[in-house]
Design a protein around this ligand. Structure first.
Ligand code: ADP
Ligand code: F6P
Length: 323
């Protein structure tokens, strides 16, 4: 293989730039030409390509976001869109593609390989850490650090006023950010989409905390909780109990930005290099993951077939420690 492409797709995540840098520099190291495909699969369909060299990725390892930009592209879901994408890749001489993104992006990469015959390698980039086949995704460590910093600040003001806060973190279909940042932030309760929210139990927790003279209570809510986000849950608690004067804080997209943590930079660097090596070894339709500290290659389908890492034992730990 003489020429590869790289793109970022789906939601951006801190550390994607470190992964782009690793792909571009590894390609140059192995004397392979590398082209950046802008705005995910949209750029593949539009032929929005830019040649890249080791110097085009200088000074980006410490920046959040993605210099290639990212997009959600409906046309790529149809085979007609993917036909156009394949023709553009062929016209540019791009023989294989590294796709940095979440499991949706991997489904696209899988089709590009199976249907269009273009070798693809996935690199997991999403703050949610909800992809199977890897212990960690790029962006997760930074996002939880940001969430915990926010929770700590909220704790200061909550304790000063004897207040209850409902704090919402990201995670449309996964509660992993909520569980990990909730344990790290000492949350009194953690509500996630993977486990049904029991309002009687929640109100009981609030009463118990109040009766044990806690000065603050933080209920951490994953945005995708089936009972609603933090605002809806606070309203229901106010309707059903004496806890009518609470506060809501939605951390939101702050979790997606900022300088990537050292850990995110390192896993992005390792995965980026491994993705180029995999393409050069003739692999396609595979993803790079980290399994017990080692880089592993697995089928892209592992990403969506094995993606739940919900562990009720972690919620038990939060419960035990919140007395
Ligand atoms: P993420 O990669 O973060 O999970 P999305 O689910 O939004 O993000 O997917 C990103 C893009 O991947 C979509 O906009 C679309 O272009 C492509 N994609 C997602 N699912 C499919 C699919 N089933 N078939 C083809 N392409 C897909
Ligand atoms: O998948 C990453 C993520 O940040 C989710 O946690 C969140 O639900 C979603 O993306 C938000 O997407 P958007 O930025 O398109 O609103």
């Amino acid at each position: 293989m003489q020429h590869i492409g790289v793109l970022t797709s789906g939601g951006d995540a801190p550390g994607m730039n470190a992964a782009i840098r690793a792909v571009v520099r590894a390609a140059e190291y192995y004397n392979v030409k590398v082209t950046g495909i802008r705005s995910g699969y949209q750029g593949m369909i539009d032929g929005d390509f830019q040649p890249m060299t080791a110097r085009s990725v200088s000074d980006i390892i410490h920046h959040g976001g993605t210099i290639l930009q990212t997009a959600r592209c409906e046309a790529f879901r149809e085979s007609a869109g993917r036909d156009i994408a394949r023709r553009n890749l062929e016209a540019a001489g791009i023989e294989g593609v590294v796709v940095i993104g979440g499991d949706g992006s991997y489904r696209g990469a899988h089709k590009l390989y199976e249907e269009q015959g273009i070798p693809t390698i996935g690199v997991p980039g999403t703050i949610d850490n909800d992809i199977g086949g890897t212990d960690y995704t790029i962006g997760f460590f930074t996002a939880i650090n940001t969430a915990v910093e926010a929770i700590d600040r909220i704790r200061d003001t909550a304790a000063s006023h004897d207040r209850i806060f409902f704090v919402e973190v990201m995670g449309r279909s996964s509660g992993y950010i909520a569980i990990i940042s909730g344990i790290a932030g000492g949350a009194e309760e953690i509500l996630v989409p993977e486990s049904p929210t029991d309002f009687d139990k929640l109100i009981g927790t609030l009463r118990k905390a109040r009766d044990s003279h806690k000065h603050s209570m933080i209920i951490l809510v994953a945005e995708g909780d089936e009972a609603g986000g933090a605002t809806a849950i606070a309203q229901r608690v106010a309707r059903d109990s004496e806890f009518t004067d609470t506060r809501v804080s939605v951390i939101g997209h702050i979790q997606r930005g900022g300088a990537p943590s050292a850990m995110d930079r390192v896993i992005a660097s390792r995965m980026g290099v491994a993705s180029v090596q995999a393409l050069l070894q003739g692999e396609g339709g595979m993803m790079v993951g980290i399994d017990h500290h080692s880089i592993e290659l697995r089928p892209l389908s592992d990403a969506w077939e094995t993606h739940s890492r919900f562990d009720p034992a972690l919620l038990d730990i939060a419960k035990i420690l919140s007395i």
